[in-house]
Design a binder for this molecule. Structure first.
Ligand SMILES: [Zn+2]
Length: 349
């Protein structure tokens, strides 16, 4: 239904209502109108006239015509074989038919649902457009909030070592990185809390409870990775996937929104800024910006990301992770990303 039909219905309805109900009716109609504007024409492009992005319902999912999305952003659109590209002076997006993997401004990322095709047109799931791509491309739509108190969560600890390779224990490296990041953030004027600042065992529930108690504005969980395949290397950044959407690389999803889902837009932008900064600083292999229901980022009531800074199971990456200059590079990158994110969300004075 288009906004036009809604206003017509609004006018016809007026005659049937008494004066007493008029206010309520006007309010309800206005809300309906706003809803319809949102659902048929989810966005109005920056400064330009708005128009409805066409959509198609396929297997319970609503898909948007990618060529319309490009037009909405004022980007060039091209389609060749399985691929579709949206490009402007500032942005480059590459999608592939039937794939959930796509590239956005230099990084690899994961859609909730695969790109579809209908009568020769490439289609993008609406949920990915609204809660993932749009907050990254149009930072101004992300709700403003003050980011001054950062909580760092060094993964594992105590009896839980995390990954272990060649005598290197993940829990220690996570704490080392967290301390470095905390020191830089404090120098830059942020308040920093840590879920643990010693080698001690903390359950996931205790980590989320710390966030509940101290109410940080941002929560970053720090981890290092491991794989049975020693060749695997690179950096991964995780944020929570929206409710009713599968996690990256899998098909499990939560039917109910968790505390972290109140920040889906914020998390999309946080994940993008963080992952881009980490890759740029390290030149590491891009393992992707991913979305998954990790407990700590799911249960905290603030924007949150979980970082996998590299693979201890890969000899070259393990060596790098132990070198001071590399630890510095990654730590500064995390802080730069937090600062960029803080600026993007800063409430107007
Ligand atoms: Zn870990």
């Amino acid at each position: 239904m288009t906004p036009d039909k809604a206003s017509r219905r609004f006018c016809q309805g007026l005659g049937r209502h008494t004066l007493g109900n008029l206010f309520k009716f006007c309010l309800a109609s206005l809300l309906l109108l706003l809803f319809l504007v949102q659902s048929t024409c989810p966005l109005s492009a920056q400064g330009s006239r708005s128009f409805a992005i066409r959509y198609k319902q396929l297997q319970k999912q609503r898909y948007l015509y990618l060529s319309d999305v490009a037009r909405f952003y004022g980007m060039n659109y091209s389609q060749a074989g399985k691929n579709a590209v949206l490009q402007s002076r500032y942005s480059y997006l590459l999608f592939s038919k039937d794939s959930r993997i796509f590239r956005i401004n230099g990084i690899e990322s994961n859609l909730s649902f695969a790109i579809a095709e209908h009568e020769g047109e490439i289609l993008l799931p609406q949920v990915d457009f609204q809660s993932f791509i749009d907050p990254i491309l149009r930072r101004s739509i992300v709700p403003k909030r003050k980011i001054s108190h950062i909580m760092l969560d060094p993964g594992h600890g105590g009896k839980d070592p995390g990954a272990q390779n060649q005598g290197i224990v993940e829990k220690n490296l996570n704490l080392l990185f967290s301390r470095r990041i905390a020191a830089i953030l404090r120098k830059r004027g942020y308040k920093v809390s840590m879920t643990r600042n010693q080698d001690r065992l903390l359950s996931l529930e205790q980590r989320a409870a710390a966030a509940k108690r101290l109410q940080p504005d941002l929560y970053i969980s720090i981890h290092c990775n491991a794989s049975a395949n020693a060749a695997v290397n690179g950096i991964e950044t995780y944020v929570i996937n929206p409710a009713q959407t599968p996690s990256s690389g899998g098909n499990t999803f939560a039917t109910k929104a968790a505390a972290g889902n109140a920040y889906d837009h914020e998390n999309a932008l946080l994940g993008f800024i963080m992952h881009s900064a980490l890759l740029k600083a390290s030149n590491a292999n891009d393992r992707g910006l991913k979305r998954k229901q990790f407990y700590v980022i799911r249960e905290v009531a603030c924007p949150a990301a979980l970082l996998e800074l590299g693979f201890l199971s890969n000899a070259d990456e393990r060596k790098k992770l132990l070198e001071s200059y590399y630890q510095d590079k990654l730590s500064v990158a995390v802080c730069d990303a937090i600062q960029e994110y803080e600026k993007a969300l800063k409430p107007e004075q």
